[in-house]
Design a binder for this molecule. Sequence first.
Ligand SMILES: [Zn+2]
Length: 126
Amino acid sequence: MKCPKCGQPLKPSQKDPDYMLCFNCRKKFKVPGTKRRGEEEESQKYANIPPKKVRDKREKEMRKAYDELLSVEEERPRKRPKRRPEPEVEDDYYDLEDDKVSKVPVIILGIAIVAVAALIIYMLLK
Ligand SMILES: [Zn+2]
């Protein structure tokens, strides 16, 4: 199976065998026709709540959109170092990425507070 975005060969996820990973564009792709699909469909029959995986994904997308919105408002383009994924990198790589993303708004907020404080001091001393 190849990545539909970049055409690089996908690697099977070690955490979740239903997914293939593209280390080039850092995406997860669901493998069609696996055993677990039946399970998910069945659990959806009994509960209207989407499966945890889907909810997590939506939450992640929303958080990402919010981060992007913040970075636009601050007019402070975030420099994302282009890390070349190494062949030994496993699924934990994705968790590390999540941590990094969630810290960015805090850092932006901190910078904004310092900037406002500096402005107030400047105005008081004038
Ligand atoms: Zn790709």
